[in-house]
Design a protein around this ligand. Sequence first.
Ligand SMILES: [Zn+2]
Ligand SMILES: [Zn+2]
Ligand SMILES: [Zn+2]
Ligand SMILES: [Zn+2]
Length: 322
Amino acid sequence: MTNFLLGKKQTFASSSCTVQPIIMDESSSPPPMNLKSLKPKEQVQHQSAVNSSHGKSSFILPNSGIDKLLECPVCRNTMFPPIQQCPSGHTLCFSCKNKVNKCPICRKEIGQIRCLALEKLAASLQLPCSYHHLGCTEMIPYYSKLQHKTHCVYRPYACPHPGSDCPFTGDIHELMSHLKQCHKLDLQAGSTFNHRYVKQDPHSVDNCSWTLTLFNCFDRYFCLHFEAFVIGCEPVYMAFIRFIGEESEARKFNYCLEIGGHGRKMKWQGVPRSIRTHHRMVRDSYDGLIVHRNLALYFSGNDQKVLKLRVFGRIWKETWGI
Ligand SMILES: [Zn+2]
Ligand SMILES: [Zn+2]
Ligand SMILES: [Zn+2]
Ligand SMILES: [Zn+2]
């Protein structure tokens, strides 16, 4: 079942009639009166009144099968312009049209016919967000649905674990359980930390060397990344913090990291990046504390055979502007 159907089912589960127009204006505000209490004929009259005041119709027809009309029979995805049709009027999406020569329904040759009527009908629809079941209550104009889906704050988070391309996605609660159970990560409480990184063979820096630590403070979750990689020909170590949540929330926090030894110290103060931003993007923008290997080995205070770095850190809530 598509998300389209799921959203509709949840929104209109209490509907008693088969076709029940729900009128939504451009700002997705609730209908001006309880349409469910009206009889179908009265609903239609009410809809036209609202439409004339807005000058544009925008509605959903639950259980009308319109979602099936807008589903490509080949790939089963929702169709977007240019919607194609065969000489008999069967529709399919543009990308499938380019893959098949004949109509999947009637086997006639598919020409260059565009189904403008269906495109216009789709333009008048508002749909529940694909993440309705995760809490998003927005109603989205049909053609904005994919764009909204990409940016919806209710969309599941990808696993922030940098070691592999882990396919797990989920909300924050599910993510934390996953990180603890599947990646065996510890969760540390408190806004200050003191970590020691030991690497036995510091002269073999590679792009896959990393460590991840989880923190819980201010009722939020953060992860500290420590990665070894190469800038140009120069091996470096980098530490940065990501926030397990949205970017807008992440900006409310600051953090600092310190690495040093032998009376020298490097300090970085930054703003956590959301885990919506891939750790490689954070790394490649150098948004964190970067220590060159020679200096890191000097900080390690040994014969340069073992890397021993101590990282102090603190996270705090930014209070200015409140
Ligand atoms: Zn298709
Ligand atoms: Zn056909
Ligand atoms: Zn949404
Ligand atoms: Zn994972």
